[in-house]
Design a protein around this ligand. Structure first.
Ligand code: FAD
Length: 494
């Protein structure tokens, strides 16, 4: 049979998803090219003397999106990994003696809110009812639209929905309509930080993230987040995707508006009928295609609001730690100045907020017995100057706070330490400005206003991943791969 050869670039969630969706189509033969020696992109893992570190994502939210993904291929997540619901879901640290454990149970959660602000539990019911509606329309419909034309959104029902979906109101205003306590407001605004901007600049549509957080819960795949990638790779291979590692693409060779073949850094050439780029969009647009075929100018890219980069530390600790949960948000400093340092006046923040994950509290397989696996994250503006001295300075700043707040020595028990920031994101993933999470989900970067999933001048070149529709995060990247695969099938009569 005369199959079309689809070449997918990048083995992140989006690339793996696109490749698998197309591999089940009998008219396609799919090759996936990955520059690194292991799969997963930002969700890779590495091991050191019994410590197993997830390199990127650590929050498993929206379990229904993963179920939908595997169900498309007749599978379930449990065919590949075991999920646990975390309880408490996470801890929010406002200060030494002020730590909120967020209960997984909704009634307990409401009781906790009432203890902070009388009546807040009841307010939560209404807040969540709206958020549920947004989640259902948003995640089960809107995000699946390829966003290539406004007409996709033109039905009357959907226009009415847009108003009900709070597209034009900020998340910050929306939350303040329901709650007065600063503590609760920060709690409700936290999930939108995943979307790469502050609540002032994120549409209230994204209170759907609160529904995901509070109603659907925080989950954890045993042995770590990378188990999802492992499962996806095994499914992709079962469906016939041929994956090549250490296969860095140097050029997508285009002739008369048609992508003809891929040239790898090692000189190998691979003929292609369709190319789907799951590598960072800017890298593909500006470095892998002849400039006359770029979708966007450098000026356009410079004006995009990128989601933050991050400074990360992967730590092996030689003892068990006290007073920490699996996920810990250190909100013991005000958000305003740190947000200013990320979005308005890009600089290293004076007093950073940070996040600490200790998965070995839940999962003994990710650290040797009696030891702890810890991941620290400080969100930072993209494109900052990144040096060893800076990394060390911030390590000490957050270690001081971590030790004081949790009341124990940590630094002197660190037996393994690796840092990771802008320069690594660029070297490992060709990340534009060293971004960690792609493009921010602001109103002016939503749906058709995002970088398009198809090249305008090349009839068989498509894009997927966290810089195009529907946006950043693991669930959207999974969905992105499915959306682009549908477009490829439709346009190529496959
Ligand atoms: C530190 C961190 C924490 C995060 N936390 C969470 C979280 O808790 N929950 C959540 O939902 N999301 C989280 N995210 C976001 C989430 O990880 C990403 O949105 C998602 O993994 C992006 O997937 P992707 O497929 O679009 O891109 P990527 O994972 O970056 O995949 C792109 C792939 O393309 C490859 N590539 C690049 N250039 C080339 C080339 N020239 N040739 C061949 N291959 C190439 C790269 O090596 C990479 O493997 C986090 C991200 C980071 C960095």
């Amino acid at each position: 049979m005369n199959q079309k050869h689809v070449v997918v670039i990048g083995s992140g969630f989006a690339g793996l998803s696109a490749a698998t969706h197309l591999a089940v189509n009998k008219s396609c033969r799919v090759t996936l090219l990955e520059k690194n020696s292991t799969p997963g992109g930002r969700a890779r893992k590495f091991e050191h003397q019994g410590f197993v570190f997830d390199m990127g994502p650590s929050w498993y939210w929206m379990p229904d999106v993963f179920e939908d993904y595997f169900a498309k291929f007749g599978k379930k997540p449990s065919d590949y990994y075991d999920l646990l619901r975390l309880d408490p879901s996470y801890a929010v640290v406002y200060g030494k003696d002020k730590v909120l454990d967020i209960p997984a149970n909704l009634d307990e959660f409401k009781k906790m809110l009432d203890g902070i602000e009388p009546g807040a539990g009841k307010q939560l019911d209404e807040f969540l009812a709206q958020a549920k509606y947004k989640y259902e329309v948003g995640i089960h419909d809107l995000v699946k639209r390829p966003s290539r034309s406004l007409l996709e959104f033109a039905s009357l029902g959907l226009l009415v929905d847009m108003v009900r979906m709070d597209i034009f109101q900020s998340m910050a205003k929306h939350v303040r309509k329901f709650f007065k306590s600063e503590e609760i407001i920060r709690l409700m605004e936290f999930p939108v930080l995943f979307l790469g901007e502050t609540a002032e600049n994120i549409p209230a549509l994204y209170s759907l993230m609160n529904y995901a957080d509070i109603a659907l819960g925080t989950w954890y795949p045993k042995k770590g987040m990378h188990e999802i990638i492992k499962g996806m790779v095994s499914l992709a291979e079962e469906k016939g995707v041929s994956i090549q590692y250490d296969a860095e693409v140097e050029e997508i060779e285009i002739e008369n508006g048609v992508a003809k073949r891929i040239r790898l850094v090692n000189g190998e050439k691979i003929e292609a009928d369709v190319v789907i780029a799951g590598a960072d969009y800017h890298h593909v647009d500006k470095h892998l295609v002849n400039p006359k075929y770029s979708n966007y100018s450098e000026e356009y890219w410079d004006k995009r609001v990128m989601a933050p980069s991050s400074l990360l530390f992967y730590l092996g600790i030689d003892k068990k730690l006290d007073n920490l949960r699996h996920h810990n948000l250190f909100f013991d400093e005000p958000l305003g100045p740190h947000a200013d340092a990320i979005y308005k006046n890009p600089r290293w923040p004076e007093r950073p907020l940070f996040y600490a994950s200790v998965p070995s509290i839940t999962d003994p397989t990710v650290a040797p017995e009696g030891k702890e696996n810890m991941f620290l994250l400080i969100p930072l503006a993209p494109d900052l100057e990144d040096s060893e001295e800076m990394r060390e300075k911030y390590y000490n700043i957050i270690m001081d706070r971590l030790e004081t707040i949790t009341g124990q020595e940590v630094r002197s028990h660190v037996i393994y330490k690796r840092s990771y920031a802008h320069a690594d994101f660029k070297a490992d993933y060709h990340a534009f400005k060293g971004n960690a999470y792609g493009l921010a989900n602001t109103l002016t970067q939503t749906a058709i206003l995002k970088p398009a999933l198809k090249n305008k001048k090349v009839r068989n070149l498509y894009y997927t991943g966290q810089l195009t529709v529907p946006g950043p995060g693991v669930p959207p990247s999974l969905i992105s791969g499915g959306v682009v695969a549908n477009e490829v099938m439709k346009e190529n009569n496959l």
